[in-house]
Ligand binder design. Structure first.
Ligand code: CU
Length: 367
């Protein structure tokens, strides 16, 4: 009887060992899910997406290419940029909570540097950076589950001083993980946006010549040491929106119509920012970028912690040219962090009207 009992226990142990050997404790259901490819687009635009998820979770395949290239950051100042897909910021990825992102990162053979990607939306392995470290001529793919709803930064993180160098040379972007049933306002009611824009703010630290002009370099490796020296001062020479001073002004202004709800997603991968719309507000602000938190209401200026993205929704009530800027006005006006929003529609005199045009004051000289 005792021998039989031992035999049964041993058999049970063997069976148990065999089953754990064949089946890891936690497996992914991703292999059984439908797969879709998301075609990424250059900011300030977002890829085509549903605000409310259609059907169950999916595997969303995206491809990012590390592009080392010379870029004009405004007024002819050229930098040795490091980018995802050629733009600063890199493209916005949009999925729903519970979806899986299958991300392929390519490092073309003509590049000089090793690249990888840390996604703040991902869990484990340095946000994926430990799995996607690739040298020129390589590519790698990893999949992560988008467990948290919100807007999140992603950025290159190859290790050591290369981390700030790559991020501040432009290698950052954002992913929006929408709740499956869409966004909710402060009362928990569903809310939809009519347009969404992705604004990526970037600080640059460029070495200067003795005459104040900016030094130019032939490659990212050649620029690295001198740029790191300027970075150590923590004093940017340029702070821009979407890669260049003027990238979103004049003929490149963002557009909207009176009555439209516009979602602004603002990321800053390295430094704090204070977005503000001159002549407008944010009706709703998802602080810290979290869509599972109740949005704050009626903000004049909101806050983006360095290393995060924030979403703000505003319904435009008056037409005209709005300035969207970092309300550190030195960053905005002197260093470049300003954009325009051209809003069309009918003027509402009730909200504002000019009671008297500028004219000679009868009180001149009086007290
Ligand atoms: Cu990199």
């Amino acid at each position: 009887m005792k021998i039989l009992f031992i035999l049964i226990v041993q058999l049970a142990l063997i069976a148990c060992t065999a089953s754990t050997a064949n089946k890891p404790a936690l497996t992914s259901t991703a292999d059984r899910l439908p797969r879709v490819r998301q075609n990424l687009v250059a900011p300030p635009f977002l890829p085509k997406h549903d605000q409310v998820a259609q059907g169950g979770p999916k595997v969303v395949q995206v491809r990012l290419v590390a592009e080392e290239k010379e870029l004009d950051i405004g007024n002819g100042v050229m930098i040795q940029a490091l980018t995802f897909n050629g733009t600063i910021p890199g493209p916005m990825i949009v999925v729903h909570q519970g979806d899986y992102v299958e991300l392929t990162l390519e490092n073309p053979a003509h590049n000089q540097l090793r690249h990888t990607i840390d996604l703040h939306a991902a869990t484990g392995a340095l946000g994926g950076a430990a799995l996607l470290k690739i040298d020129p001529g390589q590519e790698a793919t990893m999949r992560f589950k988008a467990t948290k709803a919100g807007v999140f930064v992603y950025h290159c993180a190859p290790g050591g001083a290369q981390i700030p160098y790559h991020v501040v040379a432009g290698m950052n972007g954002a992913i929006m993980v929408l709740p499956r049933d869409g966004l909710k306002d402060n009362n928990g009611n569903p809310i939809e946006y009519d347009r969404a824009y992705y604004i990526g703010e970037q600080d640059f630290y460029l070495p200067q010549n003795g005459d104040g002009s900016y030094r130019s370099f032939g490659s990212p490796l050649a620029a690295m040491e001198e740029e790191l020296d300027v970075m150590r001062t923590l004093t940017p020479t340029h702070v821009v929106l979407n890669g260049a001073a003027g990238a979103l002004t004049g003929t490149h202004a963002l557009t909207a119509n009176v009555g439209e709800k516009v979602l602004f997603i603002h990321s800053q991968a390295n430094r704090d920012s204070r977005p503000h719309i001159i002549g407008g507000h944010a009706d709703l602000v998802w602080q810290g970028g979290s869509f599972s938190s109740t949005p704050m209401t009626d903000y004049q200026t909101w806050f983006v912690r360095g290393g995060s993205a924030v979403a703000a929704l505003y319904e435009f009530r008056e037409p005209g040219l709005y300035v969207y800027l970092n309300h550190n006005l030195i960053d905005a006006v002197l260093l470049g962090a300003a954009a325009h929003i051209q809003v069309a529609g009918e003027w509402n005199d009730d909200l504002m009207t000019q009671v008297a045009k500028p004219h000679a004051s009868s009180r001149v000289g009086q007290r």
